[in-house]
Design a protein around this ligand. Sequence first.
Ligand code: CDP
Length: 229
Amino acid sequence: MKKITVAIDGYSSSGKSTMARRLAKEVGYLYVDSGAMYRAVTLYAIRAGLTREGHVDTSGLIGVLPEIKISFALMPDGSQHTLLNSEDVESEIRGMEVSALVSPVAAIPEVRRHLVKVQQSYGVDKGIVMDGRDIGTTVFPDAEMKVFVEASPEVRANRRVLELEEKGQKVNYDEVYANICERDRIDSTREESPLRKAEDALVLDNDNLSREQQMEWLLERFREITHAK
Ligand code: CDP
């Protein structure tokens, strides 16, 4: 069967990564979490002392971009971990310190161009599911299947709190809610490839859907598009 490209975009903590990962596994495609790449660059900037009180040293970060190598490793339990210059940083990039700075980092045009090139290189042979903010608009504008995921900020904050608690991180609902709203704002208003729905994207509002229901919806759309009935 001919392979396609699947682009899944949406607001922060909308459940896109879980959907994208499960779809890729189900249909045997490569899964790439583009947000993890922006998070890894942010962690590098924090460790290199290029951030201070919520501000990013833009020219300093642009200067070190060639030193940042991001890759993914498949773990024995089937999960995918993000590697920053070969170090497993999966847990660290999900914490609030990185979440608080990732949107300003992702708004830097040079950072975006650098990562978009790498993301496009993963997709040359199709057979890929990538999730993020600009996948259907900028990274893969010709993707055969585009999905835009929406959910209310309250539902998203609740989901993110549960997810972080499951990973053993101590979090505060108000802090998570404020971070989600602030990232939505920065991501939607930045100049370089802002978060927006591609005109030809299917919209999924998953406020009232269980994980199983949304997977069913996604797989049905995938089968329609690939005629894999
Ligand atoms: O998991 P969550 O929805 O919180 O976010 P993420 O997918 O890990 O992305 C973290 C941040 O990276 C976003 O808030 C955006 O600022 C940025 N990002 C982006 O600008 N473009 C992408 N394609 C993916 C993420």
